[in-house]
Structure formats: C-alpha cells, structure tokens
Design a protein around this ligand. Structure first.
Ligand SMILES: Cc1ncc(COP(=O)(O)O)c(C=O)c1O
Length: 427
C-alpha cells in the first residue's frame, strides 16, 4: 500500500499554498511571451565575468576553506563588508549584529520560526510582499493589513491595527513590492514613534533601497528608531530599552536586505541586522534549516565586491532600470485607456496599476497571456484577498523594445476589457 501522504502532513501546512507568482512564471515561459510578472533583475547585468574570476581566485587561494562547513553567522569578511556598507546609510552595527542568510527570504522564514505562534497577528502593509505572507502562513500567522498610498503605509490608520496587539509590523519602506511606493520621511518618524509607544517591533525589509533612480535617499527606520531611543536614553539616564547592548542596536527594528537585486538572486545571499540577542536565537533557528549559507558563495561574493566594484555596478543597474521604467511609463501613457492609473516609483523593480473598481485583474490575465503578455494580479498581495482591481508590472527584466511591445499588447487587452466590463457595470 502506498502512503497517503496528505494525511501525514502537519496541520500547519493547511494554509500553505504554492506561490501564485511561481505558478505564473511556469505559464509564461513561452519564448514569445513578454512577461512583466516575475520580480526578476536584468540578467544581462549579472557580473558573470567578475564572478568567474573571483571563483577562480577563491578556489586557488582558499579552496579547502570555501568547500568546508562553516559558521552559521556567516563569513566574517563579508559581514564586515556589510557593516561598512550599511554605515554609509547611518546604520551602526557590528559584525555580531549581522547574520548572513540564504536570501532575505530565509530571514523572513527565520523570523517566522523564531517569533510566530499559531494564531499570532502580524501587521503588514496592504498590499505587501507575497513571499512574506507565504513564509508566515506556514507558521499559522493571522494578518492585519493597513492600506498604503503613494507615500507608503497610511500611518493615520495604524492605531486601530496596533491596538489588536500584533507580534510585529512588516514594513517595506523603499519602492515597495508590489506597490513601488516609498514611505515618506514624515511617516517614517511617525511609524517609529508608534512602534515604540505600542511596544510593537518593526521588521524593515529593504531589498530595493539602493536602487534609487531619483530623489533623495531617506533614512532607514532602523536609524530613526536608534536616533529616537538614543535621544531618550540621553535625556533619561537608565532608560535602557532592551538595554543588553551598548551602542546602536538596542532598538525596535530588525533590518533585512539582500544581494539579490544588486548582484544576482541565484547567489541566495541576504542578511539580517538585529540586536545581538536576536541574532543568537536566529543562529540557533538557522542551524536547523541549513547549518549555514554556502561558504563558497559567500567567499566568491566577497571576493567580487571587496574593492569598489559594487557602487559602480549599482550605478549601472540604476541607469538601466530608470530607462526601463521611463519606457514603461511613457508607453503606458500612450497606450493605456483612460480610467487606469499607476504608481511612479523612484526606484526598484515594480509599478502598481489600478483598474476601475469593477474590473478583475485575475480574470484579465488569461486574456493577456493569450496575447502574449503577462503581469501579476493584485489579490495575492493582499492578506485578505481583496485588491482584485490591481496588478503589478515589473520593468527591470525585459529589454526596452520588449517593454514597449508588451505594454502595447496589454493596452489593447485592457481597452477591450474596459469597454466590455464598463457596459456591464453601467447596465
Ligand atoms: C520585499 C522582498 N523581500 C524579500 C525578497 C526575497 O529576496 P531574496 O532573493 O533575497 O530572498 C524579495 C524578493 O523579491 C522581496 O521583494
């Protein structure tokens, strides 16, 4: 008799579903289909030659170390590099505050493993990153979601959600996935103050912050939080807030980032910055997952970026993505029918389209795929499954000519759909 496997799965798996994005990507692998669906960086910008040379150097000079088991915390020179890099953004950490993860997706899972009890409430933006919902649903989290607008999460609507006693807030401050919007400075200050007042920590997920094409860089929440707490500590000696640590990291924020968008996602290399005590617990949790992130990959990545390569490379990525965003928005302005609006991201990989309320992006997708263009319907990004009249477009992956052609195709699909559904809506 073969095992009825489904009967063996743990109860918590009932809320695990396969990611809509992954399933979609399978459908969009036809060569002549133009996909704006995935969150894929531009592959032609991957520094293949630099990696090849770095891999050879690593194998020649440190081959046995690179291929050996290693520490869970991560390769120390890489953690030191990250500390230095983050200090340019005002984040004052030491290597003990940094854990290298197998992509920031693993950091999200680690946080779930460490913090979420069945039924715990997590406060997210509405919409939010699908991968976080997916990771935390597996720990039987419940979600309370606060809407975003062009300036990020609407902090004036936060209080009610905070009163529900969430375990933590999950915030994407820069070029949010999927919305493409950035949290304003004023709201950053307000958010940090509310987190402190309600005693609700923040998970700040920042994979896109370095990919700003225009406008001014805004301080990370982790920095504003530290400034606030340090100011208070000075004003009230002995007001220690998690005061087990001297220096910067005694705050309410865990900060996540990744090399996926600035180097290559296939490396699976991200990092978490947190108070030392949290890092130590995450190290224990990570040991049960994968012992450590690939030593070889960490060493090759470090060997690639240790000079001045990364800032030059990131400048190039910004130029290319900005040009692609401009082509996408320029073509949308010409080709999309009236009544459809979208966000104007100052960086990152995505923009977010809003259809008239009666339209359903998921119902339009098969028609778009039939016309050889794809996007991600919005509902999957809403913890409560609302947001049917939205969809996400990625502008980093396709070439400019493909973007123009894809948006033209999509414009035609939307015009037809709008005409048809408007008649029904007003009938
Ligand atoms: C907001 C957000 N967090 C985390 C991730 C996961 O990134 P990584 O490739 O580092 O696992 C992504 C990937 O698209 C993302 O958009």
């Amino acid at each position: 008799m073969t095992t009825p496997w489904a009967q063996r799965y743990a109860q918590r798996t009932q809320r695990m579903g396969s990611s809509v994005i992954r399933e979609l990507l399978k459908m969009t692998e036809q060569p002549d289909l133009i996909s704006f669906a995935g969150g894929l960086p531009a592959p032609e910008l991957f520094p293949v030659a630099e990696f090849e040379a770095a891999a050879q150097r690593v194998l020649k000079q440190h081959g046995s170390k690179a291929l050996q088991y290693s520490t869970t915390e991560g390769y120390l020179p890489l953690r030191e590099f990250i500390v230095e890099k983050m200090s340019q953004y005002g984040i004052q950490a030491s290597p003990e505050n940094v854990l290298i993860t197998s992509g920031s997706q693993q950091a999200l899972d680690l946080i779930g493993k460490l913090m979420i009890n069945s039924g715990d409430l997590i406060l997210t933006e509405n919409p939010t990153y699908l991968g976080a919902l997916q990771a935390w649903r597996a720990y039987q989290a419940e979600f309370t979601a606060v809407p975003i607008d062009d300036n990020g999460i609407q902090v004036d609507l936060l209080e009610e959600a905070l009163c529900g006693g969430p375990k933590f807030m999950y915030i994407l401050p820069n070029f949010q996935n999927p919305g493409g919007v950035t949290l304003s400075l004023e709201r950053r200050h307000a958010l940090v103050a509310m987190a402190d007042r309600y005693g609700v920590p923040i998970i700040e997920d920042d994979p896109y912050g370095e990919l700003r094409f225009e406008g001014n860089h805004l301080p990370p929440l982790v920095v504003l939080d530290a400034d606030k707490l340090n100011g208070e500590a000075k004003a009230t000696p002995g007001n220690g807030h998690n005061g087990d640590e001297a220096g910067f990291f005694k705050g309410n924020v865990i900060y996540l980032s990744t090399f996926s968008k600035t180097l290559a996602p296939g490396l699976r290399l991200g990092w978490m910055v947190a108070p030392k005590s949290v890092i130590q617990r995450c190290v224990q949790a990570k040991q049960g997952m994968d012992l450590h992130t690939s030593s070889f990959v960490q060493m090759v990545a470090y060997e690639t970026i240790k000079g001045d390569f990364l800032p030059r490379h990131v400048r190039r990525i910004r130029e290319v993505y900005k040009a692609r965003r401009d082509v996408m928005i320029g073509t949308m302005l010409r080709q999309f029918p009236p009544g459809i609006t979208w966000t104007w991201p100052e960086g990152g990989l995505f923009l977010w389209v809003t259809l008239p309320e009666w339209m359903d992006a998921a119902a339009i997708l098969p028609k778009a795929i039939a016309k050889k263009v794809a996007f991600v319907p919005g509902a999957a990004f809403y913890p409560d499954g609302s947001g049917r009249n939205h969809f996400r477009l990625n502008f980093s992956n396709a070439q400019p000519e493909q973007i123009e052609e894809g948006i033209r195709r999509l414009g035609r699909v939307l015009a037809e759909e709008l005409e048809m559904t408007a008649e029904l809506a007003y009938a």
